[in-house]
Design a protein around this ligand. Structure first.
Ligand code: NDP
Ligand code: GDR
Length: 322
């Protein structure tokens, strides 16, 4: 019999890649979508006739229990979150209610419906925040620098706590930044590749940016969802860092992207204080040694390949629209 998976956040970047992966492995896939006046199913449109969508909200305990009863999943992937760091300052309470407490609600639904369900929590390198150790490992202490990071620390530890308290198969994947042509337009990689494509095609004449000195460990989302799945296939539940082990500045990202389109970035990039954050995470670089050794997982896409893939995709999309 085929396995069944339920994904919260299925309409997001990771949700779409994870759905493709699970379908390719023969899973029956159920997705939680929240009600809104306009649907945002763009990233999963091509998969719509192969999956089942259930309306529920991470803020609503009863709706989550009903969703699990309907799907009867073997595995739950909790990817839903308010995931944009700057918004976590302007909507700090909402971010806490659902990026943090929402995790407890999903875990409580698992306990109520079937404690044998395997649970994946989308934890984040933003939990490390202030640099206390490099590269960052599973044991590196957390010092989050945004309400989003603080909420993710709660989500991480409530997952660990439910595993230890109730013996649930609950794991936390500490994923470093991962990107793709499906990344939201407000995140820095996609903002840059979309901006480059617009400038190249004469649709814009500048790109307004924040802190170019921040360093991130960027990988490809398509590679990272494989690690999520592997974590739930192990004999015992555990937490893993998923990263490339390489770090680059935002400026390097800008340079590689503009170069791909044959443009000189210095002519177009303008620093705009509106994009500087109240508190910054200066340096992220993950150590994926445990994921490599225990899960047999390695990233397949290099930083340059990733940026080129995203620039090419944005150029093709905007050219087609033109
Ligand atoms: P996205 O922002 O692309 O997707 C977020 C998803 O959450 C969307 O499907 C969104 O639905 C859903 N959602 C938002 N609010 C609610 C709600 N109240 N109830 C139910 N669903 C809701 O994120 P990513 O795909 O990039 O990331 C997936 C997860 O991994 C997130 O938890 C993120 O914080 C975490 N993460 C991401 C990393 C990255 O680099 N991408 C790194 C580490 C962790 P809708 O379409 O309705 O808005
Ligand atoms: P991040 O991703 O905050 O790391 O969180 P984002 O792409 O937003 O920022 C990365 C870095 O780039 C700097 N930056 C800018 N960022 C944006 N968005 N826009 C700009 O104009 C800009 N200029 C410079 C930022 O200051 C920052 O240092 C992402 C999200 O996906 C989280 O949900 C996830 O948990 C973490 O990655 C890991």
């Amino acid at each position: 019999m085929s396995k069944r998976a339920l994904i919260t956040g299925i309409t997001g970047q990771d949700g779409s890649y994870l759905t493709e992966l699970l379908l390719s492995k023969g899973y029956e896939v159920f997705g939680v979508v929240r009600r809104s006046s306009t649907e945002s199913y763009e990233r999963i449109e091509h998969l719509r006739d192969r999956i089942q969508l259930i309306q529920a909200d991470l803020l609503d305990q009863y709706s989550l229990i009903k969703a699990l009863e309907t799907a009867q999943p073997d595995e739950v992937y909790n990817l839903a979150a308010q995931s944009f760091v700057p918004t976590s300052w302007s909507q700090a309470v909402l971010t806490g209610e659902f990026t943090a407490l929402g995790v407890t609600k999903v875990l409580e639904a698992v306990r109520a419906v079937d404690p044998k369900i395997r649970f994946y929590q989308a934890s984040s390198s933003e939990m490390y925040g202030k640099v206390l150790e490099v590269p960052q490992r599973e044991e590196t202490p957390f010092y989050p620098r945004s309400p989003y990071g603080v909420a993710k620390v709660y989500g991480h530890f409530i997952t660990v706590n439910y595993r230890e308290s109730y013996n649930l198969f609950a794991v936390s994947g500490i994923l470093f930044n991962h990107e793709s042509p499906r990344r939201g337009l407000e995140f820095v990689t996609r903002k840059v590749t979309d901006g480059v494509a617009k400038i190249k095609l004469g649709l814009a004449n500048e790109l307004r940016m924040g802190n170019l000195d921040a360093k991130r460990d960027w990988g490809f989302a398509g590679d990272y969802v494989e690690a999520m799945w592997l974590m739930l296939q192990q004999d015992a539940p555990d937490d893993y860092v998923v990263a490339t082990g390489e770090t680059h500045t935002v400026q390097e990202l800008v340079e590689v992207a503009f170069e791909r389109a044959g443009l000189d970035w210095q002519k177009y990039v303008v620093i705009d204080p509106r994009f500087i954050r109240p508190a910054e995470v200066d340096l992220l670089i993950g150590d994926p040694a445990k994921a490599k050794a225990k899960l047999g997982w390695t990233p397949k896409t290099s930083f340059k390949e990733l940026v080129h893939m995203m620039v090419d995709s944005d150029l093709a999309r905007l050219e087609a629209r033109k």
